[in-house]
Structures are given as C-alpha cells and as structure tokens.
Design a protein around this ligand. Structure first.
Ligand code: AMP
Length: 291
C-alpha cells in the first residue's frame, strides 16, 4: 500500500483499472473497514481517503479535536485491502483563494441539516473533489450516515458523475451502538447509556414488522425507550421518505427512521430503513433479530 499526499501523486499512481473509493475522515474502525473490504471485493484498485474535511465542520464544532492517527489508519487500511491511501493536507484540498462549492438543495436542510446548515455543502464539495481526483468507478458510503449517503446519491445523479454509489450496512458494537470515531468522546457512564439510540429504533422496527405503518405509533414506540434514559437529549426523531426526506404520516413502501441524540456533549446519530422499494439499501444484520 502506498500513501499519497498530493493530487499530483494520485494522478501518477495509477492509470486505468476499475477504482473503488472509500472516503473517510480517518481514525478507522470496523465500520470503515467493512467499506474497504467491500471495495476490495468489487474493484481492481482500492483508494481510501483520510481527510478531516474542514468545510463540513461549523466553527463551534469539533474539527480541532477530531481524533487523528494516520499511522494506525495506514496499517488498518492496508490489512483491509487498500492499495492507495490518499491523505492530503487541508492546504492541498483548499489552497488559499479556494472558492468553489457544491450544494445539493432541500434534502440537505432536513434532519442533520437543520442543526448543521453548512455541513452537507462541505461533504458534497469534498466528495466531488475526491471523485475528480481519484476517478472511481464505485464509491462506498455507510448507512450509518444515511442522509449523507442519500445526498451523495442525489449529487452523483444530478451532476452526472460516472460513479456507482454503493452503501454498506451499519457496523455495531455488541450492545447495538453504531461504531463512530466520535464514540471516543463518550465518558464511561455516557458510553453505557448510548445503546439506547439503537434500542429505540429497534422498538419502532419491531412494531413495523408486526404490521404497524402509522407514524404516530412508530415514533411513540421509539420515544418511550429514549425517555427511559435520562442522559439523552433528543435533537430529532424523524420518519421520512427516503428520497425527499419529507416527514411521512405512514410508511408506504419505504421510510427512513432516523435520530440525533445528545448524550452529555456528544452528538450521536443512528437510523434504520423500514421497508424497501425506493432506494437500494442492503439489509443490516439486525433487520430480523434482536427486536
Ligand atoms: P467518517 O470517517 O465518519 O466520515 O466515515 C467515513 C465513512 O464510513 C462514511 O461513509 C460513513 O458512513 C462510514 N461509516 C462510519 N461509521 C460506520 C459504521 N458504524 N458502519 C458502517 N459505515 C460507517
């Protein structure tokens, strides 16, 4: 595996061959590694980017303290099958005078976009740049960040990027907590409380699997579980159409059940897709069990 630091190095590193790109912010965990392994299975060349992207953080957010460990990331990425690790500096991606941004409208204003108004503009900008720099045939995104994956799908379609967007199910700890680099911020008592996010989603899914389709009933089941954990502060709990991200009154074919919850100072997100037929979403390991 080779580590590349500049756009010029990427341009020289490979020519031709089907490339699978896995964009990350580093501090790799099993969630990232499942994306890399899938890319390895499906492509001749696997490129992993590690870049803590400043444009997707608001000034009051955790850009400066976001965990970073490139040496460890390089080892993990190599073991999972990465050929080229692209780890540019902020100056390489955004040199002085940088002025161009990509913005997907509407769906970026819902869910996480409501409290993080410039977040997705940063994400779509950096992913567009990564697509142009690394020229992938396929790019891999985690269902853990469902809105992000849906926004990237919309951007790729709208801007005609010749890239196939592949999504990978959420990887979880044994107690259901979705793996996230930000879990390292949790104090031990907060870590203990954190699985309540997934438990609340599962409670709604259990009802859904019994045939319940009404918003009110599904959200009430999730809310009841969240209310049992006093450390939680719910930012949103939503049941939305997976393409428009508009709130739905009933689940027709498919709906995304998503939440953002603060535990202490740490903001955690999670989601489950209910039903199928609108966006292609691989079933996670927990779809039938543990409900
Ligand atoms: P990040 O480094 O947090 O920007 O994440 C990089 C990619 O890994 C994104 O596509 C995430 O959705 C994905 N990812 C993060 N956590 C998980 C997880 N627990 N399971 C699956 N994919 C994940």
């Amino acid at each position: 595996m080779k580590i590349l630091r500049t756009v010029a190095e990427v341009r020289e590193a490979y020519q031709g061959g089907e490339v699978g790109l896995v964009p990350t912010m580093g501090y790799l965990h099993e969630g990232h590694l499942s994306l890399i392994r899938k890319a390895r299975q499906e492509n001749e060349i696997v490129v992993v980017s590690v870049f803590v992207n400043p444009t997707q953080f608001a000034p009051n957010e955790d850009y400066d303290i976001y965990p970073r460990d490139l040496e460890r990331d390089a080892e993990l990425a190599r073991e999972a099958g990465c050929d080229f690790l692209f780890a540019p500096s902020a100056e390489e991606m955004y040199p002085a005078g940088y002025r161009t941004y990509v913005n997907v409208e509407e769906i970026t204003e819902k869910l996480c976009g409501a409290s993080r108004p410039s977040h997705f503009r940063g994400v779509t900008t950096v992913v567009s740049k990564l697509f142009n720099i690394t020229r992938p045939k396929r790019a891999y995104f985690g269902q853990k960040d469902a809105q992000q994956a849906l926004v990237i799908m919309a951007m790729t379609s709208d801007l005609n990027f010749p890239v196939e967007i592949r999504t990978v199910p959420t990887v979880r700890e044994a107690d259901g907590l979705a793996l996230s680099s930000r879990n390292t911020y949790l104090r031990p008592d907060e870590r203990k409380a954190a699985p309540v996010l997934f438990r609340s989603l599962q409670a709604a899914r259990a009802l859904f699997l019994q045939g319940e389709r009404r918003r009110e009933a599904l959200l009430a089941a999730a809310e009841k579980v969240l209310a049992e954990e006093p450390k939680t502060q719910v930012e949103y709990l939503s049941l939305v159409h997976p393409l428009t991200l508009e709130e739905v009154e009933r689940v027709e074919k498919q709906a995304l059940l998503a939440l953002a919850v603060r535990i202490g100072k740490v903001r955690l997100i999670d989601n489950l897709m209910l039903g199928s037929g609108l966006v292609e979403w691989e079933e996670d390991d927990y779809a039938q069990d543990n409900v």
